[in-house]
Unconditional design. Sequence first.
Length: 389
Amino acid sequence: MSHENQGFNTRAVHAGQAFEPRTGAVVPPLHFSSTYAQDGIGGLRDGYEYGRGGNPTRDALQEQLAALEGGSHAYSFSSGLAAEDSLIRALTRPGDHIVLGNDAYGGTYRLISRVLGDWGIGNTPVDMADLDAVAAAIGANKTRLVWVETPSNPMMKITDIEALAKLAHDAGALLVVDNTFASPYLQTPLALGADIVVHSTTKYIGGHSDVVGGAIVVNDAGLAEKIGFVQFAVGAVSGPMDAFLTTRGLKTLGVRMDRHSDNGQAVAEWLLQRPEVEAVLYPGLPSHPGHELARKQMKKFGGMVSVQFKGGEAAARTVAENTSVFTLAESLGGIESLMNYPSEMTHASVKGTELAVPVNLIRLSCGIEDVEDLIADLEHAFTFIGTGS
């Protein structure tokens, strides 16, 4: 059955999730087998041969991901960075260049700069809001990929996907959008001209902080063939249990993102009124420089809020270490609220570079708890600022 004309939540629940025909089980079985019996040499059943090359549970997730991002093909990996590594190796060769945002996720920059850089892949970080600077960076080298996160992590910058796609395509490059923060519920980059979407499915797509994974979605058969080959040949695939948990989380993405977004908006508006706060970075605020663009290319504004403190590093650390509903931890996008001090946690790998995160900044991942409890938790933590606690 085609799901392309159905609404988002209907696709999330049903794409790739047909009931099992023998028993009628409405949840497809979880397939753990590493290998598959053949009907004679080369006689594969539905194309299944070996678990690295194909698994029905992973295939179901990939169909679900493609349906939600509006792509023709999706590929599921063991982590977000495994997906990014496979993508770059599939589409670039030594001497090629990647232009990426100057506030990219630290792990992405580390992969591109410190791992793939040794194999001859160059990179230029640039402010993605400055289209002239982006065009200059693309033209200065043999640029193959333009890589953007919007909203970005953790500075919450918003980038014009359509404009960037035109710049990339005019130069013969491909536009990659890391859609992890927005999720396909809030934003579909392929519909805005992007060539490739990547995700850490660990975050909002899985949504429950219990599984690590990554994904690539494309809408071009040629790109799909190259990426699919590397997925098979290199083998950083998601295991069946990981795929199952990711599918289960993805089914409720829409309802969760509505709550995450509502809570993020309320927390950002509360923070904006606090005297301890220097800046609130949240695209749902009219004061955010990317607010109008975010309204244009996003459905809502998400659950991620970054905040900078007038009291500098000491104030940020104090708040980060004195909450009880917000848990101080890596990652984001789960049903529980998390707090992160990027300078020493998620973005420690870019300290001392132009991608370094301000030391007075903390990043909030607003979960689905009652928002009054989130605000009360922050208000209590704020009382410790300046006390030395």
